[in-house]
Design a protein. Structure first.
Ligand code: GTQ
Length: 363
């Protein structure tokens, strides 16, 4: 057979194959099985000064009846945002994140779903989240969990707007095709435990009430900022981790696993002038700047940040952090490491010479 007729035969073969919804691996293997992770999400940063006005305006536009459900402006990673016609709510390939606003006197209705959620409180006080009968006060710097499958709603009894960061594993469950969601039969669920039940049981490190030995899902529902900050200040007297300086993970005190089930989270402190060594890992991360200013170099691009900014480190992207301020910087971050670890996909690498060459500035 000459080359021309062979080409022609291939062309017709591919057409017939496609018609029958079949595909040729020999042509596709390079794009299906890449040499290294090629996430769809890209390194990106949202300035608080750009996000905050939209959150505020949503406060004027959106009410929280069953139609509103939750008032959240979510982050749409430009690499992922247009892959689905309705607009992906994906910050990284697996994680959704958004800024939620609850105004004084408001209530958000009770529902449950098989997505896991974590919350990091940005500003305000006087609001509570109710998780499976436990009413939990929320204050700036606190970390809270809403484990998959538990009823949850929010109520605000204070007098200033309450703003927090939500992170859920929505894109992951969407891709797995396993989403469940259900409304509670009434607007709010009944409160069945004393307020801040978790804090009455978990007020000292390393101590667990004996009744919680088999309480695997949500023994500790809130991690107060005052405890986290003190723990980091003490850790700060020791040698820093080369890649993350001083960082504390929020864990389930019964199992030692990530408090947020499929979602990992940590609070990280960078002393003034501190510059971490660069590394990369399979898991992706979403960072939120709680205090301080500095920059993070991601894949050679410099992302300058200050309080309130949110940025994304996609899977397998080189990154290093620098605090350029005169005080400690506190970076909250959330990640899909628990998923990667449970699937035995996690691995990491150190950048050969410690620091990347900065080739561009993120605009
Ligand atoms: O507060 O329950 O950002 O169900 C997305 C889905 C928050 C919540 C989100 C939710 C919630």
């Amino acid at each position: 057979m000459d080359m021309q007729s062979l080409d022609e035969r291939f062309r017709v073969y591919y057409e017939r194959l496609k018609e029958k919804h079949l595909g040729p691996l020999w042509n596709s293997i390079g794009s299906i099985m890449t040499k290294e992770p090629k996430p769809k999400s890209i390194p990106y940063l949202w300035k608080w000064k750009d996000v905050a006005p939209f959150v505020k305006e949503a406060g004027e536009l959106v009410t929280l009846d069953r139609g509103g459900e939750r008032r959240v402006v979510f982050f749409r990673n430009p690499g992922v945002a247009d892959l689905e016609p309705w607009g992906w709510g994906a910050a990284t390939d697996t994680l959704y994140a958004g800024i939620q606003l609850l105004l004084p006197g408001e209530k958000a209705p009770s529902h449950r779903h098989n997505q896991s959620a974590i919350r990091f409180i940005i500003q305000g006080s006087g609001a509570f989240t109710i998780v499976e009968g436990e009413r939990i006060a929320m204050e700036a710097g606190d970390f809270l969990i809403t484990p998959a499958g538990l009823w949850h709603d929010h109520v605000h009894e204070g007098d200033e707007p309450m703003i927090w960061l939500d992170c859920l594993d929505i894109p992951l469950l969407y891709k797995l095709g396993v989403m469940f969601f259900e409304n509670f039969p009434e607007f709010n669920q009944p409160v069945t435990f004393p307020d801040n039940y978790a804090l009455l049981r978990y007020s000292a490190p390393g101590l667990r009430p004996i009744q919680d030995r088999n309480n695997l899902v949500a023994p500790q529902t809130v991690f107060k900022w005052s405890f986290t900050k003190q723990a980091l200040e003490r850790l700060g007297q020791l040698e820093p981790d080369p890649y993350d300086a001083y960082a504390m993970e929020y864990i389930n005190p019964v199992t030692g696993e990530a408090a947020g089930q499929t979602i990992g989270a940590m609070m990280q402190m960078l002393p003034p002038g501190h510059h971490t060594r660069a590394h990369r890992h399979v898991h992706s991360a979403i960072y939120h700047v709680f205090e301080g200013s500095g920059y993070t170099v991601i894949e050679g691009v410099r992302f300058a940040w200050e309080k309130g900014d949110t940025f994304v480190i996609p899977n397998w992207a080189w990154h290093e952090h620098v605090n350029t301020g005169s005080r400690s910087a506190y970076l909250f971050s959330t990640n899909d490491r628990p998923v990667m670890e449970r699937l035995r996909l996690e691995r990491w690498e150190e950048y050969p010479n410690g620091h990347q060459v900065v080739t561009a500035e993120f605009q």
